[in-house]
Structure formats: C-alpha cells, structure tokens
Design a protein around this ligand. Sequence first.
Ligand SMILES: C[S@@+](CC[C@H](N)C(=O)[O-])C[C@H]1O[C@@H](n2cnc3c(N)ncnc32)[C@H](O)[C@@H]1O
Length: 218
Amino acid sequence: MAKRSKSSQRWLNRQKRDYFAGQARREGRVSRAHFKLAQLDERFSLVVPDIWVLELGAAPGGWTSYLAERVSKGRVVAVDPLPVTAPSARVEVVAGRVGDEAVASRVEAILGASGRPPLVDLVLSDMAPNISGVRAADQARAMDLAELAAAAAARWLAPGGGLVVKLMQGDGVDAWIKAAKAAFDKVGMVKPTASRSESREVYAVAQGYRAQGFPGVL
Ligand SMILES: C[S@@+](CC[C@H](N)C(=O)[O-])C[C@H]1O[C@@H](n2cnc3c(N)ncnc32)[C@H](O)[C@@H]1O
C-alpha cells in the first residue's frame, strides 16, 4: 500500500476528528469522548444495566451521560474537580481529585450506603493531566494518574470486575500493563477510532479482577 504523506495523514485525522465532533453536536452529546466509551463498550461488553461504576476524571460528562443512559438499575459515581453534567438520578458526582482523602471518604460513604458490598463492578479512568509540553514531565504525570486508577481499583473493585484506564504511550506503560496482567484474567490495549490518531492516548481494558491488589504498581 502506498505510504500517505504527512499532510494527507493530517487531513485524514482532521476529518475523523470533525466527524466525531459533528456527530456529538448532532446527537446533543456532552462531548465526542462519548464515542470512545461507546466503542470500548461495543467491543468488550463493559456496561450492563445493574452494575455500579466508579468513573474517574468524568468532566465534562461525555462518558457519564453514556453510562447514565445504560445503567438503569445500578449507580455511577463520577469524580472530577471540574463540573460534570450528570443527567440522571443514578449518577452521584464527587467534586475533587482522585488521591485526596476527602474524595476517598465520600466514595466510601456512597458505597457504604448502597446496601450491598461497598465495591463497584467497573472502574473507568479517563483522567488526563494538564499538558505542560515537556514530554517527560507530562508522561510522568499521566502515569501517576494511571497508578491512582490502579489504587482505586485495588480499593473498590469487586472480584471479577473490570477496569478501563487511559494511558499515554511512553515510559512506565509496560510496567503498568505487566502489573495489570498479574491482577486480571485478561488485559487488552485499544485505541478507539474516536480517539485522535496523532495522540499517544490508548486505553487498557482489564477484565476479571483477581482481587489481590496490583502487584508491581502498588
Ligand atoms: C479527558 S477529560 C475526561 C473526559 C470525560 N471522560 C468525558 O467523557 O467528558 C480528563 C479529566 O480528568 C480530570 N482529572 C485530572 N486529574 C484528576 C484527578 N486527580 N482526579 C479526578 N479527575 C482528574 C480533569 O479534570 C479532566 O476533566
């Protein structure tokens, strides 16, 4: 196959981005991120009506509204320091940063009041740091967030549960994946087509939590 020039690749990337941005506008979605989770869900069957979901890095709420439409019997606990659009009584928003004890206490309180074991069936993290432009520093911050997501799973994920985490390809990812493989039955790496192809973003999808922590990361 003929190799594309850089400018035609850029053009194709822009078209794809505009396509999902346009689709988000036409369908009244909060953000184009909606389609990333939709594609992951279609492939891995992650979201079913009666699950409890812990969503980390939820603002502005594209994933939250996708979840709110589908989790009709369970609950979604959505965490972010920024405002999250929460279109359903099934969504509890926790305003703050993952890693802060006040946030952990609020999550504990919500799960503790659930009348079921204080654990969730699915942990999702789309957390991303503010980008400084210094690649090594940005990569280190992205990996810090991936470790916070792993810590949240180790604390609140039920045996057999699933974990989806945004990762930036680079230093630290291989070690994180190795730890996830020790903690889950199955781990895959995916780049949804709704994700910009020029970004280093990928998603780790881990299923079948063995409930023995995250050896090597935590
Ligand atoms: C790419 S956006 C998430 C988009 C979201 N999934 C959606 O569909 O609208 C990344 C989010 O991660 C959040 N974030 C970054 N660090 C965080 C932390 N320590 N705790 C919670 N959220 C964090 C940011 O505030 C930002 O809203």
